[in-house]
Ligand binder design. Structure first.
Ligand code: E4P
Length: 230
C-alpha cells in the first residue's frame, strides 16, 4: 500500500518523510488555505521533500479552465498530479489530460458509479472520501470495498486512493481491502506508530539493560572491537 500524507504543512511532511515511509502527498484548497502560504511555492517545496506524487487541485469549474490551470500546475514540479473534482467538466478535463499522459487524481468521489466514470476517463487515481461518507450515516469502507472490487473486475489501471481517513481503524480496514493508496492526516500517521505494549516492552528492556555491566552499549561494543579476539 502506498502511503500519502494529507496535508500542506511542511513540518508534518518533513517529519513523515524522515521516517522513510512516505510515497506521496495530497493537498486540497482547504489544506492549502490553512497554511496561509503562497500556493505554488508550497506545492514546489512539498514536491522537493516528498519526491513522489503530490496532488495539487484545480479550482476552475469548466474543462477549459481546468486544463489551463493544469498546464500551469504541471510546470511547478515533475511530481505534480492534477487533482480534479468529480463532475461533467472534470471528466472532460481528466480525459484530455490522460490522453496527453498527465496523471490525474479525481477527487470528491462518494459512489462506485462516480469512481467508474473517473476510471473510464483515464484517471490515475480516484479518491473516495471514506470519512465524509461515514459522516452522512453511510458506509465509507463499504464504498471503498465496492470500488476496489469493481476495478479488479474490469482490470482498470486506476489506483484507488482511500481519502478522508479519520482514524487508525480506517487505515486497518483500507489495508484489509487492498486499497492501492491511502492518504492520511499526520495525526493518524503518528498514531499508527504507537502501541501500548511497544512502549511497555521498551521500558522493560531499558530497565533490564540498566543492570547490564559496562559503560553503555557504544563504549562496551567499541571496547570489545578494539580487543584481540579468540
Ligand atoms: C483527499 O485528497 C482530501 O484532501 C482529504 O482526504 C479530505 O479529508 P477530510 O474529509 O478529512 O477533509
Amino acid at each position: 500500500m502506498k502511503l500519502f500524507i494529507d496535508t500542506a504543512n511542511l513540518t508534518e511532511i518533513r517529519e513523515a518523510a524522515s521516517w522513510g515511509i512516505l510515497d506521496g502527498c495530497t493537498t486540497n484548497p482547504s489544506l492549502i488555505a490553512r497554511e496561509g502560504r503562497d500556493f505554488a511555492e508550497a506545492i514546489w517545496e512539498i514536491c522537493e521533500i516528498v519526491q513522489g506524487p503530490v496532488s495539487a487541485e484545480v479550482v476552475a469549474q469548466d474543462a477549459e479552465g481546468m486544463l489551463r490551470e493544469a498546464a500551469l500546475l504541471k510546470q511547478i514540479h515533475e511530481h505534480v498530479v492534477i487533482k480534479i473534482p468529480m463532475c461533467h467538466e472534470g471528466l472532460k478535463a481528466t480525459r484530455a489530460l490522460a490522453d496527453e499522459g498527465t496523471p490525474v487524481n479525481v477527487t470528491l468521489i462518494f459512489s462506485v458509479n462516480q469512481a467508474l466514470l473517473a476510471a473510464k476517463a483515464g484517471a490515475a487515481y480516484v479518491s473516495p472520501f471514506v470519512g465524509r461518507i461515514d459522516d452522512t450515516g453511510n458506509d465509507g469502507m463499504g464504498v471503498l470495498a465496492d470500488i476496489i472490487n469493481v476495478f479488479d473486475h474490469y482490470y482498470f489501471d486506476t489506483e484507488v486512493l482511500a481519502a478522508s481517513i479519520r482514524h487508525t481503524a480506517h487505515m486497518l480496514d483500507a489495508q484489509r481491502l487492498g486499497s492501492h493508496v491511502a492518504t492520511l492526516p499526520f495525526k493518524v500517521l503518528k498514531q499508527m506508530v504507537h502501541h501500548p505494549l511497544t512502549d511497555k516492552g521498551n521500558a522493560a528492556f531499558l530497565a533490564d539493560w540498566a543492570t547490564v555491566p559496562g559503560d553503555g552499549l557504544e563504549s562496551t561494543v567499541s571496547a570489545f572491537l578494539q580487543r584481540p579476539r579468540g
